[in-house]
Design a protein around this ligand. Structure first.
Ligand code: IMP
Ligand code: MG
Length: 176
């Protein structure tokens, strides 16, 4: 079987939409400092581009949790692989994610982070697959694109650790 990538959202569209969301966040957080949390590794491209488009003061931290193996289906198993370096107490925190699929990863993460007493906790995602949601408590505050139930790669998203560096979002097709 060979893999083929079909462009779903062009580089230009992704970049334009990130600028838009960045402006919206800057307006919503006017007068505040925003603490962005990147969920590694998928969120890293989005985090970098988004943070450049936010005009309020920003600080960054990184976290790694496992939810997917090298497969295309959620395992439902979530564990912290790398925790944050800084405390969240009293901060305006925003989780920056690549994609919300079943919502299992984020449902779990939000519960853990809420217990650390941030002043506020919001969720910003590059992509959302609402049709796949299992954990209904997970709601996105900022979302760049809602997409259909397809496995996507690029802009940080991988298939077996490949394709993260594509500058656009592509759907992965398998061919005999
Ligand atoms: P969830 O726990 O099912 O919401 O899965 C979230 C995580 O699964 C994301 O942060 C991604 O790392 C991964 N994931 C979900 N859908 C895709 C996809 O279409 N392509 C690549 N990774 C995905
Ligand atoms: Mg992720």
């Amino acid at each position: 079987m060979s893999e083929k990538i079909r462009e779903l959202i062009s580089e230009e569209k992704v970049d334009a939409r990130i600028r838009e969301i960045g402006q919206q966040i800057s307006r919503d957080y006017a007068g505040k400092t925003l603490h962005l949390i990147c969920v590694l590794k998928g969120g890293v491209y989005f985090m970098c581009e988004l943070s450049k488009r936010i005009s309020v003061p920003v600080s960054l931290d990184f976290m790694s949790i496992s939810s997917y193996g090298d497969d295309t289906k959620s395992s439902g198993v979530v564990k912290i692989v790398k925790d944050l370096d800084q405390p969240l107490e009293g901060k305006h925190v925003m989780i920056v994610e690549d994609i919300i699929d079943s919502g299992r990863t984020l449902g779990y993460l939000m519960e853990i982070l809420k217990k650390r007493n941030p002043a506020s906790l919001k969720l910003c995602t590059l992509l959302d697959k609402p049709d796949r949601r299992v954990v209904n408590s997970v709601e996105t505050d900022y979302c760049c694109f809602e997409i259909p139930d397809e496995f996507v790669v690029g802009y940080g998203l991988d298939y077996a650790q490949k394709y993260r560096n594509l500058p656009y979002i592509g759907a992965l097709d398998f061919e005999e």
